[in-house]
Design a protein around this ligand. Structure first.
Ligand SMILES: *Cc1c(COP(=O)(O)O)cnc(C)c1O
Length: 367
């Protein structure tokens, strides 16, 4: 039986990913932890990890042990850093796999030390410091004497120190104060030489802030082609394009409602194309009524009415010849994902990670 092509697919340009990696590397001047959490921001964890396995990457950054396991099962042995805390039941696997966790408490430290000792290993760990994110790490008041206490754990090797920026794309003053605070903390804990790795900067931090303090950066979003700081967008190449096809084109008379709730009613005879993608694919329903467009027939064509689960209607009256089977770009090089995100009242990170498994990921364009 012939197999029909998918209704919605994501084209992922690996050459663009490698380009963005070089932009990050140049900006950083040091080494990179490539953040691949949440299935490499929806781009496909195994594929992206395999693509980057031989690109001189210091670490892959993942959200949890399950993601780390998938990278190992894909045959990739790049060191892996856990960006989120592991709970007690996961730590044995952390030690067994030699993943690199960050510490937020002495309970973490004691448990890792015990597990590492039991398996006759030394576990490499980083000190997490909370300079304003409020999500993990030791807080300011715990810094005095911290190093001495942690060095007492014989089976832990403190190889790094990291902190995170909550508002590098929103609040310059606060972020600069965080950078200084991180510098002071490193000073109090024995100085930069004490740590093999010092890391603080996400994409926005890496693009827009002082980099001398750190020798490791943790970019995520920028590698996938989106700059959190719009002024640097033109340095990056588009990696993902979400595509679909026209399934039907009709002309509706003036005064005809379109989609659920009849929020849109035609005001003229309108060529309406139905497209085979919807919120069930992760295209956000919240763009409904917000003036979003898709690229079809050589033009940006406005979405009419609400986004439905599997289908979307667009006005192609002013586009060229549009017929069933024609390709549509929902976002990508013509329609910026940031535009879709803004109209949906969210951020590009959420759009990427919200693309559902129904959307086939197609890889191409490797250098
Ligand atoms: C997700 C994450 C990053 C990457 O952030 P981007 O803004 O996507 O570059 C870096 N560091 C930590 C701790 C993270 O959780």
């Amino acid at each position: 039986m012939p197999v029909s092509p998918p209704r919605a697919w994501a084209e992922i340009h690996l050459g663009a990913l490698l380009h963005n990696l070089e932009v990050a590397r140049t900006a950083c001047g040091g080494e990179l932890m490539v953040v691949v959490k949440a299935g490499a921001y929806g781009h496909g964890l195994e594929e992206i990890a395999r693509t980057l396995a031989n690109e001189r990457i210091a670490f892959f950054g993942v959200a949890n042990v399950g993601e780390a396991r998938r990278i190992r099962n894909a045959g990739v042995d790049t060191p892996i850093y856990l960006l989120g805390p592991a709970w007690a039941g996961e730590r044995e696997e952390v030690v067994a796999r030699g993943l690199t966790p960050f510490l937020s408490s002495f309970e973490d430290a004691a448990h890792y030390d015990e597990l590492a000792g039991r398996s006759g290993k030394r576990l490499r760990v980083h000190i997490g410091v909370d300079t304003g994110m409020g999500r993990g790490g030791f807080i300011q008041e715990q810094i005095p004497g911290l190093m001495k206490k942690l060095e007492a754990y014989r089976h832990l090797e403190i190889e790094g120190i990291g902190s995170h920026l909550p508002s590098a794309d929103e609040d310059r003053e606060f972020t600069c104060s965080q950078v200084s605070r991180f510098r002071e903390i490193i000073g109090e804990l024995g100085g930069p030489e004490r740590f093999r790795w010092r890391h603080l900067l996400n994409s926005a931090g890496l693009l827009g802030y002082e980099r001398e303090l750190c020798n490791l950066a943790r970019p995520g979003l920028m590698l996938y082609g989106v700059s959190p700081l719009p002024e640097y967008q033109d340095r990056l190449a588009t990696v993902m394009s979400l595509k679909s096809r026209v399934t039907l084109v009709r002309t509706l008379p003036s005064g005809h409602g379109v989609s659920y709730g009849r929020q849109y009613v035609t005001t003229r005879p309108t060529r309406v194309a139905t497209i085979g993608v919807g919120y069930g694919d992760g295209y956000p329903r919240h763009v409904s009524g917000q003036g979003a467009s898709v690229w079809v027939g050589g033009k940006a064509c406005p979405i009419l009415g609400r986004v439905t689960m599997d289908q979307i209607m667009v006005d192609v009256t002013d586009a060229g010849d549009v017929g069933a089977g024609d390709e549509v770009e929902m976002f990508g090089s013509r329609i910026p994902v940031t535009d879709v995100a803004a109209r949906a009242g969210t951020i590009a990170w959420e759009i990427f990670t919200g693309i559902t498994p129904r959307v086939v990921r197609c890889y191409g364009g490797k250098r």
